[in-house]
Each structure stands twice: as C-alpha cells, then as structure tokens.
Ligand binder design. Structure first.
Ligand SMILES: Cc1cc2nc3c(=O)[nH]c(=O)nc-3n(C[C@H](O)[C@H](O)[C@H](O)COP(=O)(O)O)c2cc1C
Length: 342
C-alpha cells in the first residue's frame, strides 16, 4: 500500500486529506465520524467576531428586560447555558475535540482588526487548538480604501497572531488579489506557516418577487479546483518552507491527487463531505491509493509537486502562453459550432 504520509504545519499526517471549516467540523459527533473515516486533521468553523458582538448585544437586551419590575425579573433571566457566550462556545468545541480526537485540531478565526484576531486566537490556543487558521475573508466594499490598505490590514493580522501564539498559523486567502502570488509571499513573510488556497466568496442572489437579498450558500463544483491548482503550481517552488493546502473543488481522490501533483501538502474538503457524508473520506482515500498503485508509486511524496512550475520560470509568460493556447484550442475544436455561423 502506498505511503500517503505528509507534513502540514509541522504535523505528520497519515494522509493528505483534511476536513476544512464547515458544518461537519462544528459538532463533536461528526468530528468523531470524520476521524473514524480516516480524515487526518480538522479545521473547526471560524469564530466570527460579528457573531460574538451580536451575541453580547442579545445578552445585554435579555438582562435589561424586566429590570424595572424586580419581582418578575428573575424569571426573565436567560438559562445558564446562555451565559456561555462569546468565544466560550468555540473554546469548548476546541477542548472537546481535543479530548476525543487524536488528529490535529485547527481552530479558525475571522475578525475585523489585528488585535481581535490576536485576542481570539489566544482564547482558542488556550483551549488546546493545535494550530490557528486565519480566515481572511472580508469583502473590501469601500471604494475609498485601496488595495494596499486592505492587504496591510491582513498582513498586520497575521503578524499580530504570530506574535502572541506559539502554535503554527496558516492564512486562508481569497483568490481576489491584484497580485495573488505577491500577497501570498508577503503573508508568509508576515509569519504564516501555511496558506490555504482558497476561500470561496458566497455571493447573495436577489428574489425578484420580494426584492429581498437572498443569502445563498452554494456548495462547490469540482471544476473550482482549477483555481487552487493554478496558484499552488505557481507558488510551490517559491514558498518551499510554507505548507500549502488546496481548498475549493476537492471532491474525490483524483482531485486530491491533482492537488498533490501541483505541490499541495494537503487537500481540504467541505462540500463533498456535506453532500456525501463523513464516510466519503474512505472512498477518497481508496481512490487515491488505487491510482498510486496503478501508476506504481510507493508514496505520494514521490509525485508531490511534480507538475508545479520550477523556480526561476516566468509564471506570467507561461500563463499568458497558456491563455492564448487555450483560446485557440477552442476555435479549432472539432465540435465548434455557433448557431447561425457556417
Ligand atoms: C456551509 C459552509 C460553512 C463554511 N464555514 C466556514 C467557516 O466557518 N470558516 C471558513 O474559513 N470556511 C468556511 N467554509 C468554507 C470551506 O471551509 C471551504 O473553504 C469551501 O467550502 C471550499 O471548499 P469545498 O470546495 O471543499 O467546499 C464553509 C463552507 C460551507 C459550505
């Protein structure tokens, strides 16, 4: 049987299959099932700063309620569970995941300021998190704020967390930077031990009857893997000491394999596990193993990075050449047919 071991953020993992942040990693029972099915590490759902602020406001409202009529006030008090607000619930999940799982437990933070990123990262590492993933997801919607300011904020967040925690830190990036590669390199320089490429932006839709904005979470499609594949291929040789995780579109063993070929250390999954359940991890691993056996590889490390771009090659030129080639391949395709054109 092929050896699938890999290193990610300094941890030796049995296989490169990791469950990325999502509903299945937010509950102890499904975390246990993921581990039983063979997942090698888990990223817990992000602790969102806004979630905590709104919880605090809710608690404040409940406590204020009825204070004018003391006789009745006690019955208005929320039940004791309600006081476990703020980072406590996330810390508890980290602690119970650590109690029940043998695999690395990575906690995720999404905040709005570098100091909040640092504060919540400390709460989660104090609870036992083996590593911190910084979910750098923000829509820079203010046209008065330029790219430099947005990027500096992210880099400050990475540096602030790096300063206060001793565990490995990874940064989960969006693909929407003017110069994605440049930002990735700066993120590593700011202290990220690993990069997760990429987060997905959830794009709301409109209801044409009510004219409401519909918050829609759509699961990924396998073709979305091509974006992380491209960027991991470009970055692998430029960031030799940095762990790289492919996220978006990993749905089966063959897609995990492609992630390894371009140089990813791990392949992360959320959508496929939500669609097919925790047990899907078994078939992903089996498919990975069977491809390696069919192609006579004894270990996945033999092929890791073999399709990434070499250091020193001009990635821009290569991408441009490919772009032109791909467009031309369409016009010469056998089945090319446009209605109305002979
Ligand atoms: C319902 C849902 C909840 C998610 N929650 C988080 C989260 O809390 N933090 C985070 O960084 N990513 C979150 N994600 C993004 C996933 O971790 C992952 O990066 C993304 O879905 C792309 O991977 P996939 O193609 O395997 O789904 C969530 C995704 C889904 C579908």
């Amino acid at each position: 049987m092929a050896d699938l071991r890999t290193r990610y953020l300094g941890f030796e993992l049995r296989t490169p299959l990791v469950a990325s942040a999502g509903p299945l990693t937010g509950r102890l029972d499904t975390l246990v099932r993921l581990e039983e099915a063979g997942i090698s590490a888990v990223v817990l759902p992000s602790l969102f700063e806004e979630e905590l602020v709104s919880e605090s406001l809710e608690l404040h409202d409940v406590l204020e309620l009825g204070t004018e009529q003391f006789g009745e006030a006690l019955s208005y008090l929320p039940d004791p569970g309600f006081y476990e607000m703020g980072p406590e619930r996330h810390a508890q999940l980290v602690a119970s995941a650590k109690d029940h799982l043998a695999i690395p437990v990575i906690a995720s933070v999404n905040a709005t300021t570098p100091s909040a990123f640092a504060r919540y990262s400390c709460v989660l590492t104090d609870a036992g998190a083996d590593a911190i993933e910084l979910n750098l997801y923000a829509v820079p919607a203010n046209p008065d704020v330029g790219a430099d300011a947005v990027e500096s904020r992210y880099l400050e967040a990475i540096a602030a967390v790096r300063d206060v925690v001793t565990v490995p830190v990874s940064a989960k990036l969006s693909p929407f930077f003017s110069s994605t590669g440049h930002f990735a390199v700066r993120a590593a320089e700011a202290g990220a031990d690993g990069l997760v490429l990429f987060n997905r932006f959830y794009q709301p839709d409109l209801d044409l009857e009510s004219l409401d904005v519909l918050p829609i979470v759509e699961l990924s499609h396998p073709f979305e893997l091509r974006l992380p594949l491209r960027w991991i291929a470009i970055l692998r040789s430029r960031l030799p000491g940095v762990s790289l995780a492919a996220s978006s579109g990993v749905h089966d063993g063959l897609s995990a394999l492609k992630a390894l070929l371009v140089g990813a250390d791990v392949a992360m999954m959320t959508s496929a596990l939500l669609q097919l359940g925790a047990d899907h991890v078994r078939s992903v691993e089996a498919e990975l193993r069977s491809w390696l056996a069919d192609h006579e590889y004894v270990s996945s490390s033999e092929l890791r990075g073999s399709v990434s771009q070499a250091t020193g090659s001009d990635a821009g030129e290569f991408e441009r050449a490919n772009y032109v080639k791909v467009l031309h391949s369409w016009t010469s395709a056998d089945n090319f047919a446009v209605p109305g054109l002979d």
